[in-house]
Design a protein around this ligand. Structure first.
Ligand code: PDD
Length: 283
């Protein structure tokens, strides 16, 4: 029986009941985080907690337990006996349940919090071969920096990518490449690493931040600058990052083969350094 976390309690998942008036259900009025368990530790929980608090603050949801997320997540790993396997934990916090109004509930209601853990099979093949991704107009709202559960443009776009045999959809806003449906994207041009700067147009990925650090430690030149779609022909390498895919090379972007059509040198250095960091943390 799977145990999940719900409003301060650990319960059998099928006993959890969420109100049909929950604003997460009615308005996607909530935020989420996803963290990865590496058979013994979660990677960079501090950054996930900081981002969670920021998302809550931006949406003015008062959930006082954000600092407990790592403790909740660890408990979920333990009670579900996932300690010795790769696993993920998902947490969602919504504004709570109240009769549907476009203004926030008055008086304020308690937020709804829900978290669960699952064992997952890390993708190793695609990290070696690289992936092909599509490009598409960024149809999302202008606060992509908030990790909100309103992900319909993301799921629609990723579905389209999958139906076309592609592994991610990369968004383009006003001619500028922003990020993927569930990942950040990096490019290498003449040995320099480019990625979109932190802004309202992208999620500030925890993996993105750590990859920038690793690249800097490796002496790779970095430019946190947005890249225009019309400069694709200058790109020699690309990769996407997120909590589950870590560093995954991109070998084709919007139908354009990048470099030699195999994962590039800078990408492999960064991917391997990230893997070494994880191994070191495992001890
Ligand atoms: N998504 N950009 C978007 C739009 C994302 O949804 C994600 C992560 C990222 C990468 O963030 P991080 O490195 O912190 O995982 C960037 C998660 C994995 C998800 O929605 O499941």
């Amino acid at each position: 029986m799977e145990t999940a976390y719900f409003n301060g309690k650990f319960l059998p998942k099928d006993e959890i009941k969420i109100s049909p008036d929950d604003r997460g259900f009615l308005f996607a009025d909530g935020v989420y985080e996803v963290i990865r368990w590496y058979e013994g530790f979660f990677y960079d929980t501090n950054s996930h907690v900081t981002r969670l608090k920021r998302s809550l603050r931006e949406l003015r949801i008062n959930w006082p337990d954000a600092d407990s997320f790592p403790t909740i997540a660890t408990e979920l790993i333990k009670v579900n006996k996932l300690e010795n396997q790769p696993a993920m934990v998902y947490l969602q916090v919504t504004r709570g349940a109240a009769r549907r109004t476009h203004y926030f509930p008055t008086p304020e209601v308690s937020p709804t919090s829900y978290a669960y853990a699952w064992s997952f099979e890390p993708e190793s093949q695609l990290k070696e071969t690289g992936i092909k991704v599509m490009l598409k107009e960024d149809i999302r709202w202008s606060r992509c920096d908030i990790k909100s559960v309103a992900l319909l443009p993301n799921t629609m776009s990723f579905q389209e990518a999958r139906e076309n045999g592609l592994n991610e959809c990369i968004f383009v806003r006003n001619g500028i490449i922003t990020e993927g449906s569930h990942s950040n994207i990096f490019f290498v041009i003449d040995g320099t690493l480019f990625t979109h700067p932190e802004s309202n147009d992208v999620l500030s990925g925890v993996t993105r931040k750590n990859i920038l650090r690793i690249a800097q430690e490796s002496g790779i030149k970095i430019r946190e600058e947005a890249l225009q779609e019309n400069r694709i022909r200058f790109i020699q390498e690309a990769f996407i990052t997120n909590t589950s895919l870590e560093v995954t090379p991109v070998i084709e972007l919007g139908g354009n083969t990048l470099g030699d059509g195999i994962p590039g040198k800078v990408t492999r250095i960064i991917r391997d350094k990230f893997a070494i960091e994880i191994k070191a943390l495992k001890g």
